[in-house]
Design a protein around this ligand. Structure first.
Ligand code: C2E
Ligand code: CA
Ligand code: CA
Length: 408
């Protein structure tokens, strides 16, 4: 449960809001009344520093660095305050650029030095500050590595087959990003996607990824045509799934760029599937629903990925123009080797029923053995994806897979 950002508190005249030396937690906005800020000097004498009135904010320094309060705050008369939750603030900061967090902490430490009572000793560089400094430096370095890797064309697209569960035939591929780092080998997206999101590098990367995956699709189609003969009418048409990032979905210009790439590819949009992770939807639901409708107008297929792991978007699900719902791997894992009364099984069954009720097809990912496959087939899942069929493959390996599997 997300902590509430604001909390209204009333203090009777003369009561303490916080004491000098207390651990800093919240910052406060004076809604009505007034607040005395005082400090004990070297001789223990209490000196009134200032009186704050409605509209003024105090306690904000401790909100940033969580160090002990340098002054005491008390209500000069009956006072109503809005407490600004520090947890909320720190969660936001944790998810922001580490450089921003470090610069903010640096500014605050300098500001605090000016607010120290005259008897206070010089604060040392705290572990917290040292950590912030290190993570800012490593962040800059790693972002630089990613941006150079884009220029040096070190990224690759891998393709994981998606099959029709009914008969195991190839239905399409999911395009998955890989970083082929010289000297280090293939790096998985979990190690760089988060950072690429944070820095915005995900945008050029996703444009490249989309164009490259669609080029890959053309290569696969020609291979299939060769297998089936040029005019074979039963030639199966594959789809290509591409993962979108939250950053793209909220950026109209980027979405337009992706649409332009789709048009330029001359591939029928109905064979391009865009995957949107459930957890990225909730932060800006209205805007994302609009974007989904814009994409749907282009004719692409839309899938909601990792379903069941994000903040519940159940109440919005019927407003989203979705074609597929992807059951997250964790539910398939929970089902594995358990009977059909296990919780994993119940959840997977409920997700499949929900998808069907809303007129969507289900895709199950993370299918690793025949037992998984059988269980998901019984639930009526249309598509399956997982190591049982193939791991994500290089383009050359995907072509070999096609040669082996698309000749039916
Ligand atoms: P995802 O979209 O949920 O992709 C499925 C992940 O599950 C892939 O990991 C795939 O290798 C893995 N997987 C598939 N079948 C199995 C299985 O049977 N067992 C197990 N243990 N794992 C299986 P991968 O390729 O490491 O990708 C991780 C995540 O990175 C993706 O999760 C996706 O969220 C993100 N990602 C990958 N490529 C892109 C991209 O081009 N753009 C964006 N925005 N995100 C991407
Ligand atoms: Ca996906
Ligand atoms: Ca997934």
């Amino acid at each position: 449960m997300q902590p509430r950002l604001w909390r209204r508190e009333t203090y009777p005249e003369g009561s303490a809001i916080f004491q000098q030396g207390d651990t800093g937690l919240d910052a406060y906005l004076v809604e009505s009344g007034s607040v005395n800020i005082s400090q004990s000097d070297a001789d223990g004498r209490v000196v009134l520093l200032k009186r704050l009135n409605a509209g003024e904010v105090f306690g904000e320094i401790a909100l940033v660095d969580k160090l002990p309060r340098t002054a005491t705050a008390s209500a000069a008369k009956t006072t109503v305050l809005i407490a600004i939750n520090s947890q909320f603030f720190h969660d936001k900061l944790k998810n922001s650029d580490p450089l921003l967090a470090y610069l903010l902490a640096l500014l605050v430490s300098r500001l605090r030095a000016n607010h120290q009572p005259s008897n206070a000793s010089e604060p040392l560089m705290s572990d917290h500050m040292a950590n912030l400094q290190n993570s800012a430096a490593s962040h800059i370095q790693r972002s630089q590595d990613i941006s150079e890797a884009i220029e040096r064309e070190e990224f690759k697209v891998f393709y994981q087959p998606v099959v029709h569960l009914e008969d195991g035939s190839l239905a399409g591929f999911e395009a998955l990003l890989r970083w082929d780092r010289p000297g280090l080998g293939i790096v998985s997206p979990s190690e760089f996607i988060g950072l690429a999101e944070l820095t915005g590098l995900i945008l050029p990367l996703s444009r490249w990824m989309t164009a490259e995956a669609l080029r890959g699709m053309k290569v696969f189609e020609s291979a299939i045509e060769r297998h089936h003969g040029q005019h074979h009418t039963g030639c199966p048409s594959l789809f290509m799934s591409i993962n979108l990032s939250a950053r793209q979905l909220l950026d109209t210009e980027e979405i337009n760029a992706i649409i332009a790439i789709i048009h330029e590819s001359a591939i029928a949009p109905s064979r391009i599937k865009l995957e949107i992770t459930e957890s990225m939807v909730m932060d800006n639901i209205e805007k994302i629903i609009l974007t989904m409708h814009q994409l749907k107008k282009v004719g692409v297929l839309l899938a909601i990925d990792d379903f069941g792991t994000g903040y519940s978007s159940l109440s919005y699900l019927d407003r989203m123009p979705l074609d597929n719902l992807k059951i997250d791997r964790s539910f398939v894992l929970a089902m594995r080797n358990q009977n059909n009364k296990s919780n994993g099984h119940r959840i997977a069954r409920a997700i499949a029923a929900l998808a069907h009720e809303l007129g969507m097809d289900c895709i199950a990912e993370g299918i690793e053995d025949g037992v998984d496959e059988q269980a998901l087939k019984i639930l009526g899942c249309k598509y399956g994806q997982g190591y049982l069929y193939a791991k994500p493959l290089s383009q050359a390996d995907a072509l070999a897979y096609i040669a082996e599997h698309a000749t039916l």
